[in-house]
Design a binder for this molecule. Structure first.
Ligand SMILES: O=C(O)C(=O)Cc1ccccc1
Length: 282
């Protein structure tokens, strides 16, 4: 059987690189055949899995420089039943791609907001006059160059090769150890592992509304490795909280923590327990 894997495309994106690394791991572990399916946005990528149009999705969730990818957190909250199967960490080096002969000719730089943010210092130093334009993906930024002779795109070396365009600066990310964490999600139950992710809303905006849920884990000695808030989008000042915990939800002590957590939360969504796998850079 062929496993269909949705990712933020078109080909050449970092999400594709993470999806290719995942396919390599799957082929080594299980020998399964895979088909990579590009989608134009992160929410469409996750929706493809929620609607069973694809069996798995690989989506960026957090960057070492920029923090969370809000689109991924919002979509995984809104779409029911998505479960995390694995986390992948991919080292990322950005290239400045453009047909212009020199930097001084560039008027516009296109890229995904995460990539623009990861190169902010370099852009301020070498291209302080340019207009920055966000795109849905780094490969979409490269596609914009066709209609704009004075533009550059921040994208991968692979995207430059695929579109046969020159790289005029590399690497341009502000930190050499820049990396992004991706989640592999599907409708299947998560396999279990060292990390658990969940999200919740709190019943009221009162003192202690967040400390009570957090206490559930502190009192059991469960370490919290990340906490992130996102607006509920219902009313101003109301938030959802996303937690990553260093524990496995298959353990009975963690199950009892979830039961207690239900009494301190309004809506609780457990996205599953999974392991981390690092991806080596090329
Ligand atoms: O646009 C891409 O290539 C993506 O996969 C999203 C992204 C952008 C920047 C860093 C990591 C992931």
């Amino acid at each position: 059987m062929t496993v269909s894997i949705a990712y933020l495309g078109p080909p050449g994106t970092y999400s594709e690189a993470a999806a290719i690394a995942y396919v390599d791991q799957l082929q080594q572990d299980t020998g399964e055949e895979c088909l990579l399916c590009p989608y134009p946005s992160i929410s469409q990528t996750l929706r493809a899995v929620a609607r069973s149009q694809a069996q798995r999705a690989v989506v960026p969730v957090e960057n070492s420089l920029e923090g969370s990818v809000p689109m991924t957190l919002d979509a995984i909250w809104q779409l029911d039943n998505l479960q995390i199967q694995r986390a992948l960490v991919l080292p990322i080096s950005h290239a400045l791609i453009s047909p212009v002969p020199e930097l001084s000719a560039i008027k516009t730089v296109y890229s995904h907001p995460q990539a623009l943010a990861q190169c902010q210092g370099w852009l301020e130093q070498f291209l302080p006059w340019v207009q920055l334009i966000p795109t849905n993906s780094t490969t979409e930024a490269v596609q914009q160059l066709e209609g704009d002779r004075f533009a550059a795109a921040i994208s991968s070396q692979r995207a430059a090769e695929l579109y046969d365009l020159p790289i005029i600066a590399f690497p341009i990310n502000d930190r050499p150890d820049n990396c992004t964490r991706f989640w592999v999600v599907s409708l299947q139950p998560s396999p279990g592992g060292a990390y658990t992710s969940l999200g919740f809303s709190v019943p009221s905006n009162l003192p202690g509304a967040l400390s009570q849920p957090l206490q559930v884990f502190a009192s059991r000695g469960i370490n919290l490795s990340r906490i992130e808030s996102r607006p509920t989008k219902r009313s101003l000042g109301e938030y959802l909280f996303f937690l990553d915990l260093e524990c496995d939800s298959r353990k009975s002590s963690v199950e009892s923590a979830f039961q207690e957590l239900r009494s301190h939360t309004e809506t609780l969504k457990i996205f599953g327990s999974y392991d981390f796998v690092a991806i080596k850079s090329d």
